[in-house]
Design a protein around this ligand. Sequence first.
Ligand SMILES: Cc1cc2nc3c(=O)[nH]c(=O)nc-3n(C[C@H](O)[C@H](O)[C@H](O)COP(=O)(O)OP(=O)(O)OC[C@H]3O[C@@H](n4cnc5c(N)ncnc54)[C@H](O)[C@@H]3O)c2cc1C
Length: 420
Amino acid sequence: MAAKQKVLVLGGGFAALETAFLLRMRHHDDVDIRLVSDRDQFLFRPNSIYVPFGADPESLLVDLNKPLHRRNIEFERGSVTEVDPDNRLVSLDDGERFSYDKLVIATGADTNAAEIPGLEEHGATIWTTDSMLGVRRHFEEIRDRSKAGERQSVLFLVPPNNKCSGPLYEIVFMLETWLRKNDARDHVDITWSTFEHGFIQAFGPRLDDLVTAEFADRGIEGHLEEVATEVTADEVRYADGSSRRFDHLIAFPPYVAANRYPGLESDDRGFVATDLETRLATGRDDVYVPGDAGDFPIKQAFLAFLQADAVANHIDAELRGAEFDKPFDSVSMCIMEMFDKATFAQVPVELTGDPDRPVRVRADADGDYKVGTSPVWRIGKKMLGFSVPMRFHAGEPFHAGKAWQAMDVGIKAMSSMLAD
Ligand SMILES: Cc1cc2nc3c(=O)[nH]c(=O)nc-3n(C[C@H](O)[C@H](O)[C@H](O)COP(=O)(O)OP(=O)(O)OC[C@H]3O[C@@H](n4cnc5c(N)ncnc54)[C@H](O)[C@@H]3O)c2cc1C
């Protein structure tokens, strides 16, 4: 009997779990799957936007041990230190080494606030749940001082090389609504400053228009094409010599890869070069990089799922000797929380090759480029926040099976009524 193929998955986030669970679903027990992660819990990061407003960070975690055990996936808790693709070996920090037939690198991204001198020291940043608790302290202070009649300025900052600005837009809208609901809006000046050429640039002109109108309605001053270079105790300085003052600075720092893999072709931030449709690492036929760890320029959980699905399907097709017919199709989708309502966007994007504007809405997107704003979309956001952790808790992929089919039908029905 031929030895089982060994699939080694690195990471315990969206891309890693979706790949591992979908592959197990497709291939039953015909393949050995091992997953290595430096944490034994999955973090549902999208809902960490609620932490500054009181949510418990513990509520965002799913323990990995049981679902992986249930699916007969070997779980190794450890930190990957090296990938040797020529010898098909992965090393961990405790000296352990694993060989593989197929490797899936899904170790994600990290942020690097230190790239903007002074940012770590003088600003609150969003990324980890701890950093979100730091933002909470600022918001509580802003609310309390405003209620006491003290005027304060809050500056939101997206510096260059941030690759996922959407969550900070959610937080500025949520703060504005939250202050209003707490009778604390009047004494707070809110300013938005981003390096982007359009608001939420990656999602195209319709999101830019929508954010421009929302900023105007909510009394938020928005500024584009501001390249932050330095932060002092009370101002952000920009490349053109201008500056903006703040009492509170809330920033989403530049992105880098969580791990660098010198044996694989990567860009200057450590994101591994990939083939668009299969997510195979450039020049390799046995190393895949779904999710934030790869070089797709928008870093998003929804895209990480689609990429992971393509990886699991490609490995499955190879193992069965079948044709690969489910390539990664870059149609982004998000629901942006605003507390008084939410905004849905479905955006088919294509790569441009221009580092300044790396994606654009596909010219032939037509009716597939959908945007809608309504309080009802908050239900969609809640459904996603409930169903992804629930699926992973059960050891199931998110984008497969009856639960996803039902959810997909629900989102399509909502978007036909509440988006155009
Ligand atoms: C505040 C916020 C809100 C967001 N909201 C949304 C949203 O609404 N919708 C959306 O689509 N996207 C959203 N995103 C983006 C989304 O969270 C990421 O795109 C997504 O987490 C990427 O998934 P991933 O699996 O590639 O990486 P991750 O989820 O980051 O997972 C990486 C995994 O690798 C592990 N790991 C890292 N290094 C090592 C190592 N050396 N050894 C072993 N394991 C390692 C980590 O512990 C982790 O388990 C948001 C991001 C933020 C910060």
